[in-house]
Design a protein around this ligand. Structure first.
Ligand SMILES: CC(C)(COP(=O)(O)OP(=O)(O)OC[C@H]1O[C@@H](n2cnc3c(N)ncnc32)[C@H](O)[C@@H]1OP(=O)(O)O)[C@@H](O)C(=O)NCCC(=O)NCCS
Length: 129
C-alpha cells in the first residue's frame, strides 16, 4: 500500500498463480490489481509500488510475475510479452498486453504452458475468465 499519512493513496496486490505445462505446475505471481487515487495518478506512486513489490517478491524467492496491462507501462519494469516465451493466457487477451517478468534469470526456461488463476479471479467484474 502507498500511504499519505493514514490515507491509502495506492495499492498493489500479488497473487500466487501457476503456469501449468504438460507435466508440471510452475509457481508464479500475478500482479493485479493495482490502482492509484485518480488525483494522484502520474506522479510516480504506481511505479514505486511496482518496483518495491517486485523487489520484495524477488527477495521472497519468487521467480516469475505475470501481468495483464498496458505494454507501454509495464515494459519499463522489465515485463516482456509472454506468448513468445510460450506462456499462454487462459482467456482472450491482446497478445502484447499479456506479459511476464523473470525475477531470476531463466526462471521461465523450458516452461511452456498456460497460466492458471485462482477461482477468485473469475468473480472479478469484467474478468474475461
Ligand atoms: C495504472 C496506474 C496504477 C499507474 O499508476 P501511476 O501512479 O499513475 O503511474 P506512475 O506515475 O508511476 O507512472 C506514470 C507513467 O505511466 C504512464 N501510464 C500511467 N497509466 C497508464 C496507462 N493506463 N497506460 C499507459 N501508460 C500509463 C504514464 O504515461 C506515465 O508515463 P511517463 O513516466 O512516461 O510519463 C494508475 O494510472 C491507475 O490507478 N489507473 C487506474 C487503474 C488501473 O488501470 N490499474 C491497472 C490495471 S490492474
Amino acid at each position: 500500500m502507498a500511504l499519505d499519512g493514514a490515507r491509502v493513496v495506492g495499492h498493489i496486490l500479488f497473487t500466487a498463480i501457476e503456469v501449468r505445462t504438460a507435466t508440471h505446475s510452475h509457481p508464479a505471481l500475478a500482479l493485479a490489481p493495482m490502482a492509484v487515487l485518480p488525483a494522484l495518478q502520474r506522479t510516480g506512486i504506481g511505479s514505486s509500488l511496482v518496483r518495491r513489490g517486485l523487489a520484495d517478491a524477488r527477495d521472497l524467492g519468487h521467480g516469475v510475475v505475470i501481468v495483464v496491462g498496458h505494454p507501454g507501462y509495464y515494459a519499463r519494469f522489465g515485463f516482456v510479452p509472454a506468448e513468445p516465451l510460450g506462456i499462454r493466457a487462459p482467456f482472450e487477451v491482446s497478445s502484447p498486453a499479456f506479459m511476464a517478468l523473470e525475477l531470476r534469470p531463466d526462471a521461465l526456461r523450458g516452461v511452456r504452458g498456460e497460466v492458471r488463476y485462482p477461482p477468485e479471479f473469475a468473480d472479478v467484474e469484467g474478468s474475461p475468465q
